[in-house]
Design a protein around this ligand. Sequence first.
Ligand code: C2E
Ligand code: CA
Ligand code: CA
Ligand code: CA
Length: 276
Amino acid sequence: AKQDGRNLCVMYQPSNDEGNDSRFLFKSQFESALTKRQFILEYQPRIELDTGEISSLEALVRWNHPVKGIVGPIEFISLAEETGFIVPLGEWVLREACMQNKRWLQQGLPPVRVAVNVSAKQFCHSSFLYRVKEILEESRLDPTYLEIEITESALMKDEKHILHTLKVFKDMGIYVSIDDFGTGYSSLNYLKHFTVDALKIDRSFIKDLPRDKVLPKMILSLARKLKLQVIAEGVENYAQHTFLLNNGCHQAQGFLYSKPLPASVVERLLNKSWGC
Ligand code: C2E
Ligand code: CA
Ligand code: CA
Ligand code: CA
């Protein structure tokens, strides 16, 4: 009975309501947050496993909320997808990342690719391709310094439209990777049809390396056969790093190397890596 009492207590905790409140609050504040420039990007370095050098950065959005402080994307991205706000937000992220990378190039820093997360809804939006072209022109960033990360769910929608978009990206030289690979759909058939550059092994598969290596090994061998690159995410220790290095993984990112950093810190980091 005591046990029951405790469970009951848990049920009456206000956390659920609070969650709904903040969803409601966020929804009503999305548009003004964009015009008030409350969104910021952090960049997580990715290293080439064979050389250790930083070759790309993943742009990750945060909301600098006037009351709640820094709010992570987990708390608002799915809501932004539901409401359609992800389209203007995603466009802002893309523009900001391209302009920032162009500034770094103009400062003479060693060139890196910047990877932008694009949600399925944004990717499948009729104006997406046009927007990407427009933003690249506006920022004057060479398309080979842009990477687009899409999840498997984006590739499952309207096949013809997606095939066309990916083909245009390929011709432009934009790098495309499949994010959270292996967590979405069980059919791998789409990989034969779509022109992508890399698979990102999800953190959930990296977590238990090297003890549990079945899925990472499978993804690495699949990628080798399809001539795709592999990027590991969520690398936190040397045992994982060593496994990935020894098994032909190309790039890695995770707290072992660096957490996501503000642009000013990335700048110093790139500057330093130039020196050695
Ligand atoms: P993701 O694309 O899988 O991004 C990786 C997440 O893992 C990031 O969380 C990053 O901070 C975190 N991470 C990196 N290294 C490690 C590690 O070694 N250990 C652990 N435990 N975590 C690590 P974050 O920044 O909170 O982003 C969460 C998710 O929000 C992203 O997952 C992505 O799906 C989404 N997201 C972030 N920015 C954007 C965006 O601009 N647009 C869209 N559509 N989604 C975004
Ligand atoms: Ca990602
Ligand atoms: Ca990911
Ligand atoms: Ca992930």
